[in-house]
Design a binder for this molecule. Sequence first.
Ligand SMILES: [Zn+2]
Length: 432
Amino acid sequence: MMRGHFKCMAALLLLSFLSSLIHTEAGQEIPGQEIWYHTGYPGGVEGPRRGMSALTGPTKMPAIFDAVWRNRLVEPKNLHTDSPAVQGRSPAAPPIDLESLRAAHTDRYLKAVLTGEPRNLALSQGLPLWNQAIARGWLLNVGGLSAACEAALRKRRITGNLGHGYHHASMDRGMGFCTLNGLAIVALKIIREGKANRVMIIDLDQHEGNGTADILLGEPQIRHVSIYGSYMGGPPAAANNHVFQVQHGAFPGETERDANYLSITSMTLPGLLRSQNPDLILYQAGMDPHDGAGISARALAIRDAYVFALARSMHIPVTWVLAGGYSDLDTLVQLHTGTVRMANEVLARVKPGDRVDLRGKNPYDWSVQEKVVIFPDWKSILNKNPGISRPDSMTDAQVQEFVAARQRLFRDQRLPKEEVQAAYQGLFLVKP
Ligand SMILES: [Zn+2]
């Protein structure tokens, strides 16, 4: 009986192995980009235009998803969503589990986020109201990011979550419309579960990823890189926290400003990637350098292509998330779908092992010639010293003190597990 079962299993395994070979050899299976999106994500509420990335989820995220679907930017089977509009879709991801939440945020804060009380803590991110659907949306958003990361690792390709990274949320409170820090939660989860040994978060939002740094400073297996224009109060640079402030204002002309931004990006990322050699990159593809610092849409498009190409050339899977962007809705849809398009292009044109070379002359063009991916030599195009400032660094002793203070805070705000569990389950007892 048992032997028959094993034979059957072996035959099945052999069959699936052969069919995967056939697929690859016939060149049928193009490694397409996979995207996660749940219609419950927004977790936002109707609100003013400012802060719309978080506040007007009901318009921004569905509009981007709709553009992805309508323009067939991703195959239906690679869209993991509950949206009934998509025929042939895969299921969306479940909400993030409580254990992963508790590894990044304090119990006291989580209970507030999950129950809405105390109100000032539940709304510390700046939203005008709390309800269960919004809270479920935050959990679904992180759940989608987690599923996208796991698929990227498993399939070694580019995946994305049409939700946000929420990089301003720190361990014990929200900030800047960010409630739960998905980047930190998922990076810690992947490490804890042994799915990766090293993770890099590349945050190219206009604003510094202060919350992410707060939660992850001193975590040896996770490296946080934030190249920003606006400082948000995060900790200084440290062995695993690389922060670069771009002086956009030093360059009044658009092309120079773009070349400055892109030269700083291209001067910093390759070395950081080589020295950490991460198993996965979480890429926060912020679009607010456009409205916040006057960086052009085409500069942001080639920025995304550069990040994806660099990662692919080094065999590193990437999961991207949306972030900041406060223009009108049409511009935002264009900007964010640009990330999706660039991921597609890079997957189609760049092969793992290709070399990335900075020698192009046009600041917005890239090409692939005989295994060399040619990006512009932005530093030469700029022909000036890049406008960059490096915040102070922390000593190892200061990092240890920072980590100890964080651990004290976690201890001080700990609640009985059953209490947090009840708050988590309470969200799902009532049907949406
Ligand atoms: Zn931002």
